[in-house]
Every structure is written in C-alpha cells, then in structure tokens.
Design a protein around this ligand. Structure first.
Ligand code: NAI
Length: 357
C-alpha cells in the first residue's frame, strides 16, 4: 500500500475528485505534469479501502506516467484516473460520470484503458468525451491492441541490453520469459524470429505449452522461472518480481521485460547493479503500448508508431551509457533523465510565457 509520504516532494499539478449524483466520492483524476503536453494515462477501476488510498495511488501512478511519456519522447505529460470498484457498481453510470469529468478538463487529461477497464469501457467513455484513446483501430492507423507494440519495444530494449552487457546478439543467448500472456506471447514470437533460445513459464501452464509448441521454447515451472539458466530474464507477468529474495537467485546477466513496476523497491535497482545484472528500466522498455495509444489520439499511422517504438533502443542505450559513466543503477538514471526532460519542457514553457507577457 502506498502512503502519502511516498509521494515525496513532487506534488501533482492538479487533483480532481469524481462524485456520483449524490455527492459521494467515486474516484479521482490526477494531472501530475502537463509540461510536455496534455496529461495522458489510463483509467484504473480497482477496489481501495478508502479515498486516501485511492488518491495516493492515483498520484503515484500519474507520476509514473509523466516519466514514461517523457522518456518515450511523446508530446504528453502524465496523468491517471482511478475509479473505486464498489459492490453493486453500475458500470455505465460510473463511466458516464467519469467521461463528463474528463470532458470538463477540456483536453488537459487524455484517458485510455488500464487495469480493470477495457476497450469496450473506453467506447462507452467516448460517448461523453473526445479525450479518450484505446479504441478499435482503423486500417493502417495507430490504435487497437497495444501488446504487439509493447513486445516490439521490449525486444529492441533487450537487444541493446544484451549487446551492452554481454557483447552478443539475441541469436546467441537464452531468454527466460515469465508470463505467456498478450505481451509475453508476442515477445516469444519475435525472439524466435531472431533465433534466440527460449524458456517460457506461465501460471497457466497451457499458455506456456501453446507458445512453446509454436516457437520451440522449453516450458519451465512458473515458480522457478526467475532462476532458469538463461542470460536474459524477461518478466512479462507481475510487478515486484525483483526483490531481496529473488535478486540473489537470478542467473541472468540482463533483465528486460514488459511487466510494470518490476522492482519491489528502488533499492532493488541497486541490488541488481551490485550483482552486475543490467536492468532495462521497465517503463522505458514497455512504452510501446502508450506510444501506440498516444499515436491513436494524435491520428498518426501505424508506420509512425513503429518508428517511435524502435527509438526505445536509442533511449535505452543513453541510459546504459550514463549509468556506466556515473556508476549508478539504471533505474535511478532513468528517473533522473525523465525529470530532466520534464524540467526542460517546463522551463521552455515558462520562458515563452515571460516573453509573451
Ligand atoms: P496478460 O494478463 O495478458 O498476461 C500475463 C500472463 O502472466 C498471464 O498469462 C498469466 O497467467 C501469467 N502469470 C500470472 N502470474 C504469473 C506467475 N507468477 N508466473 C508466471 N506467469 C504468471 O498481461 P499482458 O498484457 O501480457 O501484460 C503483461 C505485463 O506487462 C503486465 O505487468 C502489464 O501491466 C505490463 N504491460 C503491458 C502492456 C500491454 O501493452 N499489454 C503495456 C505495458 C505494460
């Protein structure tokens, strides 16, 4: 659980509470930063014990989106909406209320699906506001399922990490993929096309077996996949898989995956660094999905998405070089670079305002 002090000294620009027609609290929209553009980030529907827990989580998630969008090179700031999942929830009413709240913000917040919401929910939301992405794709245009783009970004990040840490190509390494879901499956296919050796595990073993049959991967017990004998560990299932217990047991020299919040705490980045395991910061590696969502909102083509997703490799390279130069864990370097991009944009905005005054 996140507490108020976890927000640190980086308060969000705006917090908007959402209420039902009787004035009861049903959620919050947080605009962490709009320095780079409208605050973009999905809408989560989840059960929270109280209003404070929900709002603090929304603030933390919105800040994460600011960093992610900044390092994805997107003209968007960071935001997040979180809605309370209550017993007897009337989904349509809640989503209509939410859409009205997004519309009132006039485009300074752009929403999309997230944990607990679906593409169908976003279609419902789109009846009340234009400021929504994550809808069905139109041929040749950006949009639709983000998972293949997320997998492509992870692949490119992994290629750079393997070259940096091992001086090898993907064809010369074994990758242990944790989770054969939407992203994990696509990643396995891309890695198989690169001739990488594959080990795959899923809590639902049938999923692992299905992708193994397609790609020639070896199926591994889900409980032990982080300890598999592989040069690369690719977490594509849950968050917080890298902690004080799992890190000492890792056999991989590189960690690159799609899962959000792979590090249980920031200090776990230092533990990986101390073991000389090269960690590709999760929010940089997995930005393909948000790049696709952002491009959909901006009316761009699938070709433009591909260019932006492949550019994840360049950013990852810059993070690894700076981490090496400054002898710092990569997660710390990524956060600093993201804050710098945001600060530079805020500075430019301010100087335009001063010149116009
Ligand atoms: P998914 O729900 O389709 O797949 C997750 C898979 O992990 C499922 O097959 C599940 O059975 C498996 N799993 C759960 N617990 C496991 C365990 N302990 N060991 C092994 N396997 C386990 O989710 P999806 O969309 O593939 O996303 C994977 C991760 O990537 C999530 O953390 C998600 O937040 C993150 N992500 C996904 C993006 C996307 O475009 N779908 C974008 C950015 C991040």
């Amino acid at each position: 659980m996140t507490h108020v002090h976890d927000i640190g000294n980086e308060p969000p620009e705006q917090i908007h509470l959402i209420e039902d027609d009787k004035g009861a609290f049903t959620g919050a929209i947080v605009l962490h930063s709009t320095a780079l553009g409208p605050a973009a980030g999905g809408c989560r529907l989840w059960h929270y014990p109280d209003r404070e827990a929900l709002t603090v989580d929304a603030i933390r998630l919105a800040r994460g989106m600011s960093y992610k969008n900044a390092l994805a090179g997107l003209p968007f700031g960071g935001g997040k909406a979180v809605l309370q999942h209550a017993d007897g929830l009337d989904r349509a009413v809640l989503l209509a209320r939410f859409a009205a709240a997004v519309e009132r913000l006039g485009g300074s917040y752009v929403t999309a699906e997230d944990v607990g919401t679906t593409m169908r929910d976003m279609t419902t939301v789109s009846r009340g506001t234009r400021h929504v992405a994550g809808l069905q794709a139109v041929d040749g245009m950006a949009g639709g399922d983000p998972s293949p783009w997320t997998a492509l970004g992870v692949l490119e990040a992994m290629r750079v990490a393997v070259r940096t840490r091992l001086g090898r190509e993907l064809a010369d390494v074994t990758v242990a993929v944790q989770g054969a879901g939407n992203v994990g499956r696509h990643l396995c296919r891309l890695l198989a096309a690169e001739d990488a050796r594959l080990i795959v595990a899923d809590a639902d073993e049938r999923r692992a077996q299905a992708i193994a049959a397609e790609t020639g991967a070896r199926v591994f017990p889900a409980a032990a996949i982080a300890e598999a004998d592989a040069e690369v560990f690719a977490p594509c299932a849950l968050g917080a898989v890298l902690d004080r217990v799992s890190i000492p047991r890792l056999r991989a020299a590189v960690v690159t995956g799609a899962a959000n919040n792979q590090l249980a705490t920031d200090q776990d980045g230092a533990l990986l660094h101390a073991r000389d395991i090269l960690y590709a910061p999760d929010y940089v590696a997995n930005a393909g999905g948000i790049i696709n969502v952002a491009a959909e909102y901006l009316g761009e083509t699938a070709g433009e998405v591909e260019g932006r997703v492949r550019a994840i490799a360049t950013r990852m390279q810059a993070i690894f070089e700076r981490a090496e130069h400054e002898r710092l864990p990569t997660n710390i370097v990524a956060d600093r670079m993201a804050r710098q991009v945001i600060a530079d944009a805020a500075g430019q905005k301010l100087s335009h305002l001063v010149q116009a005054a």
